[in-house]
Design a protein around this ligand. Structure first.
Ligand code: ADP
Ligand code: MG
Length: 429
């Protein structure tokens, strides 16, 4: 365990075996150790977990980590335990006896980190009885909100429970709060600060640029499938294909299989068992390609994905950044290709029109307005002749001087084409 005399670098090495901090990590860790509220925005794969895990180890008491997905919790806790760090999670996957045993361990001070879902933290029993007991002993060193963009309707993964987390504040008013996310447009950032009621937070904003990713947009047409097939066959490197519907996922993965590609489907309509098997097959390289809806992604940590294809239009530019960003986490070059056709606009608009109140049948106007605004941004991206990287980064409030020399528009400057007409009609309305 860490010694008081350790420098931060020594603690890092001792606890995680890493030689040095990644960019931005050390400053965040120092602010966390100083007990400040903080908001840290760092791209996926940048190493956010360590920024709260290391302070959790170094401070007395237990750090509570709110995380939106059971799979994410299990993953992180397993990695911590592998490093010999006392961590655990409490969620609905546990038998009640096991949950009780973990609570008892928690009160004895057996754990440095406890992962839990927002619903659990907000349960009245937890909020009113358990939390004050932990706060009294062993003490709560920090409350961490991971994937904090879930608090915002403007993010790509809104979770209403995240909105209520600020209630927890009154139960342990002196505990610092640390919010982490990979996705924050200026608007989402503001939402996080306000909804979580962060107090004079230190804000850390890392660059979103992923220099090893190459971006391209291609017109969707009859031989789009052949392009995908050719890409799959170029090498046996791992790739992800994102589609809008489960039906399309099933069809496309079946077609790729018929054509000899080791492809597997992934969507929320599959049995949990099959989903897990397919995901594991992909991670172990037993499958080369996973064809998926957006259900596939958060928490998937496969470093050597060499390409991500969007076979359909993503819903928001932010989700495009996240989904395409699953390529090339190892820092080696990777391709991100978006196929785009006029039909996608009709589909997207159709889906937006489906956003109606299930009780009254009235359109959910606010949601529809947000979705249309987001669709326009995606179309602007797809249609633009400007550097793709510059557009993406501007979306996150970051400026970038083109050319990036790694997107289609920088490498082959092009003229506006005919197929832009339907989008231009949409954009002008
Ligand atoms: P994020 O939450 O920002 O997406 P993670 O915290 O999951 O990223 O970290 C991504 C990967 O980087 C993990 O495998 C982690 O072990 C590794 N990592 C984090 N910090 C360092 C470091 N300082 N040195 C080497 N590897 C690191
Ligand atoms: Mg993370």
């Amino acid at each position: 365990s860490p010694q008081p005399a350790d420098t931060l670098a020594e603690s890092l090495k001792r606890a995680f075996g890493f030689e040095s901090f990644r960019p931005g990590q050390e400053a965040i860790v120092r602010d966390a150790l100083a007990g400040r509220d903080l908001l840290a925005i760092m791209p996926t794969g940048g190493g956010k977990s360590l920024c709260f895990q290391l302070p959790a180890i170094l401070k007395p008491g237990v750090t509570l980590v709110v995380s939106p997905l059971i799979a994410l919790m299990q993953d992180q806790v397993r990695q911590l335990i592998d490093n010999g760090i006392a961590a655990t999670f409490i969620n609905s996957s546990l038998a009640s006896g096991e949950a009780a045993a973990r609570f008892a361990g928690l009160l004895r001070g057996d754990f440095k980190l406890l992962y839990l879902a927002p619903e659990r933290l907000l349960q009245s029993e937890f909020l009113n009885v358990t939390l004050p007991r932990i706060a009294a002993s062993p003490g709560i060193s920090a409350i961490v909100i991971d994937e904090a963009h879930c608090v915002s309707e403007w993010g790509h993964d809104f979770r209403p429970e995240y909105r209520q987390l600020a209630q927890v504040r009154s139960r342990c008013p002196d505990t610092p709060w640390h919010a982490f996310t990979a996705t924050a447009t200026p608007r989402v950032r503001e939402d996080i600060l306000v909804q979580l009621a962060l107090r004079k937070p230190a804000t850390h904003l890392a660059s979103f640029n992923r220099p090893n990713l190459q971006y391209a947009v291609r017109e969707k047409q009859r031989h789009t499938y052949d392009e995908l097939l050719a890409l799959s066959r170029t090498s046996d490197a791992a790739g992800i294909v994102y589609c809008l519907s489960r039906k399309r996922v099933d069809e496309l993965s079946a077609k790729l299989q018929e054509d000899g590609v080791r492809a597997l489907p992934y969507h929320a309509g599959l049995e949990a068992d099959e989903r897990r098997r397919n995901q594991e097959a992909f991670i172990r390289d037993d499958a080369q390609v996973v064809v998926a809806t957006i259900a596939f992604g958060m928490g998937i940590n496969k470093p050597d994905v060499r390409w991500v294809v969007h076979y359909d239009l993503p819903r928001t530019l932010e989700s495009y950044y996240q989904e395409s960003g699953r390529a090339g986490r190892d820092g080696d070059p990777a391709q991100c290709i978006l196929f785009f056709g006029a039909g996608d606009i009709r589909t997207a608009e159709f889906l937006i029109e489906q956003k109606i109140d299930p009780v009254s049948g009235e359109p959910l106007e606010a949601e529809q307005r947000i979705a249309r605004h987001q669709l326009r941004q995606v179309l602007n991206y797809a249609e633009s002749t400007e550097c793709r990287r510059a557009i993406q980064l501007r979306y996150f409030g970051e400026s970038f001087d083109p050319p990036c020399n790694a997107c289609d528009n920088c490498l082959q400057p092009r003229e506006l084409k005919d197929w832009t007409v339907p989008a231009q009609q949409y954009l002008s309305c």
